[in-house]
Design a binder for this molecule. Structure first.
Ligand code: EPU
Length: 422
């Protein structure tokens, strides 16, 4: 049943809120869990739709997945012993981009996989050529037929793999297959995102030998006999950043706890540049806003550059900044659907190719808007916090893919946010 979120803007958010574990760390880890002989336990997992879909995918393959909800999220128990199927159901593939991780994981575990092209947010073409290239280098025979991919490998063998661009998903997929491959694999020009480093840690905790994540080359010695482990993924830097931006855009004073401030550095630097007061400790970040931020320029880049996943929420802030901002999106071709929706709220934004030119306005006004994708949805909720009157954000199912209890967290900070069925 479609739902919408209603935000009554104009309240400065104040207080403390806790970030959940990182969606983009959890999803590859759930796939990695099937590489083990026995059960793995993932703790404090955000209760997200993407996590539920990934659980269903693993169950459809014959793995057992139990989840119990606790104070800080789900405890997921993934037992791959009964896994005996290699076909991922089309309907589940279509719901989740991260389903592609099953390629590396299933090739590593049973040497066979059949799946459709993955779905996900409509933010421009998202090819998987680098995933396929890496897996082929490891010895997989891959055929693309009638919109499906079929791959098999009687044995995987380590290889030296150069990525044309540092794809997060390709790096993770190759890592998962490579731990089961015979010999040494080197991934050059890998993605360096913190979620990659976290996957390395999980795989090593399971008994793999992976080093170099976060650096210029990842070296994997295989094959490993992996055992189940217990693991708590890193905090979600994108969710945390969104909450920091919520404090900033509402002119408030917000502390986000349970974060790794270093992972938020590109955002915090940008916010300082725009005049916001930022302080940070070991596991927390505080933002204090006095008046409007000043306009800024920003360009999304692979880590440690500014994350594309915070580009839409940052644009909401630019919309109310004093002065003109230019935001350039270099990762995705079409990640500006929020610009048009923000315009409905009174923002002055012009999109030219991969750049958005935002002339800050003194105030936004509430409107009926629609979340076309996950981070665009977050941007609209933030804009709603700053707007005068009520903002209704439609299609919030997109937001539920990546933010656990967003409205509860914002309400805890003093926002007036509710949800209703449409
Ligand atoms: N690309 C290729 N070929 C490939 C793979 C990627 O050309 O084989 C291109 C993509 O088209 C894109 C760019 O490389 O233009 C970056 O894609 P990447 O593979 O790095 O992204 P991803 O693994 O598909 C993950 C996150 C995204 C996040 C990106 C970039 C997960 C589950 N998803 O996607 O998260 O935007 O990295 O940081 O980790 C989100 O959470 O809202 C989200 C979209």
């Amino acid at each position: 049943m479609p739902e919408q979120m209603i935000i009554h803007g104009g309240r400065a958010l104040r207080g403390t809120v806790r970030a959940s574990a990182a969606k983009n760390a959890v999803l590859p880890m759930m796939a990695a869990a099937i590489l083990a002989e026995d059960e793995s336990v993932l703790r404090n997992i955000p209760n997200l739709r993407d996590v539920a879909v990934m659980s269903d995918i693993l169950r459809s393959l014959g793995a057992q997945v139990d989840s119990t909800l606790g104070e800080h999220g789900l405890t997921l128990r993934i037992n791959p012993r009964g896994l005996d199927r290699h076909e991922v159901p089309d309907v589940l593939m279509g719901e989740l981009r991260s389903s592609i991780f099953l390629m590396g994981a299933l090739l590593g575990r049973i040497g066979r996989v059949r799946l459709a092209y993955p779905g996900g947010c409509p933010i421009g073409p998202r090819p998987i050529d680098l995933h396929l290239l890496g897996l082929r280098f490891l010895g997989a025979h891959i055929e693309e037929r009638h919109g499906r991919i079929e791959a098999h490998a009687s044995r995987l063998v380590g290889a030296d793999i150069q990525l044309d661009l540092p794809s997060v998903g390709a790096t993770e997929n190759i890592m998962m297959a490579a731990v089961m491959a015979e010999g040494t694999t080197v991934i050059r020009n890998p993605a360096k995102e913190p979620e990659i480093v976290d996957l390395e840690r999980l795989l090593n905790a399971m008994g793999a030998s992976v080093r170099g994540a976060g650096m210029d080359a990842i070296v994997i010695e295989g094959p490993a006999k992996l055992r189940g482990t217990e693991y708590e993924p890193i905090p979600d830097r994108i969710e945390a950043g969104t909450l920091v931006l919520a404090g900033a855009i509402s002119g408030g004073d917000v502390t986000v706890q349970s974060v790794i401030p270093e992972h938020l550095r590109p955002l915090l630097a940008k916010l300082r540049e725009s005049g916001l007061e930022i302080t940070a400790g070991d596991h927390w970040v505080r933002v204090r806003a006095a008046g409007r931020p000043v306009g800024f320029d920003c360009r999304t880049l692979p880590y440690p550059g500014f994350p594309t996943d915070l580009q839409p929420p940052l644009m909401a802030l630019a919309a109310i900044a004093d002065g003109t901002s230019v935001i350039t999106e270099t990762i995705y071709e079409r990640r500006f659907s929020h610009a048009e929706e923000l315009r409905r709220m009174g923002a002055n934004i012009r999109v030219e190719g991969r750049s958005a030119i935002i002339k800050g306005v003194a105030g936004l006004s509430g409107a009926m808007v629609r979340a076309h994708d996950l981070r665009a949805g977050a941007a609209l909720v933030l804009a709603g916090l700053a707007a005068e009157g009520a903002t209704t954000v439609g299609d919030v199912g997109h937001i539920d893919r990546g933010y656990d209890c967003l409205e509860q967290k914002l309400t805890q900070l003093g926002a007036e946010v509710s949800r209703q069925r449409t």
